[in-house]
Design a protein around this ligand. Structure first.
Ligand SMILES: [Fe+2]
Length: 231
């Protein structure tokens, strides 16, 4: 699929930016919420634990979180899955023990006007590598591995594709320093827009069409919170 409202999506696009919207205390409360939430998935292959931000555990925090994001990106709708009763989850906590591969979180519905993703580090050390290259299909994991490419995704799972590839060799120094967990040939044609080094107290705002990955720099584990939005 490709997104239908491409022009609208592009009109809302902007450069990635770093903001400081949450106080030390708020970050601590978010970390506590994470501890209290039930575990949802443990993806052994990607070595990542995920929990969803369920509303009403801490109503005050729900409100603060929503309002502060709104102040930065304006009106939006949540696009981070819904509970069985149809309530929006406010975000996805991801605790990863190894670096995530190259992907895009562009969503699963062609009618959606995908907007920003809001990434709040809850642990220090590590980076998010954002590429200039964009993708307007479904959420996809990018690979050059034949077996991986033949994988048939179940509903809600990322597509697999190698159509992100271009001709230009990827920068060897950047690869060595930040992306050694990815085959350098899987990065052909990609250009770095920003390498964001995680810092607790900051929040990264970026378009959902940006291809990105975590860096290979990880010290035991990384904990972050991502909220996906649409218009
Ligand atoms: Fe992502």
């Amino acid at each position: 699929m490709d997104h239908i409202f491409l022009e609208k999506i592009k009109n809302f696009e902007s450069s990635p930016k770093i903001v400081q919207i949450f106080s030390e205390k708020e970050i601590k409360t978010i970390q506590e919420l994470y501890e209290n939430l039930p575990e949802r998935t443990f993806n052994k292959k990607q070595n990542v634990k995920k929990k969803v931000w369920i509303q009403n555990y801490n109503k005050e925090l729900d409100q603060v979180y929503l309002n502060k994001i709104k102040e930065i990106i304006g009106d939006f709708k949540m696009d981070t899955l819904k509970s069985e009763s149809g309530e929006d989850y406010y975000g996805l906590f991801h605790e990863s023990f190894s670096p995530l591969p190259l992907h895009v979180d562009s969503g699963f519905d062609e009618k959606d006007i995908i907007y920003k993703q809001v990434v709040t580090p809850l642990s220090t050390f590590g980076d998010t590598v954002i590429f200039k290259n964009r993708w307007y299909g479904r959420s996809t994991s990018f690979s050059i591995d034949k077996q991986e490419l033949s994988y048939k995704p179940k509903p809600g799972q990322n597509d697999r594709s190698s159509k992100h590839l271009g001709k230009k060799e990827f920068d060897k120094e950047i690869h060595k320093k930040y992306l050694s967990h990815i085959d350098i040939n899987n990065l052909k044609g990609l250009e770095v827009e920003m390498i964001y080094s995680w810092k607790v107290g900051e929040t990264l705002i970026m378009d959902r069409s940006h291809i990105h990955s975590s860096s290979s720099r990880i010290k035991y584990k990384k904990l972050g919170l991502t909220t996906f939005t649409k218009k």
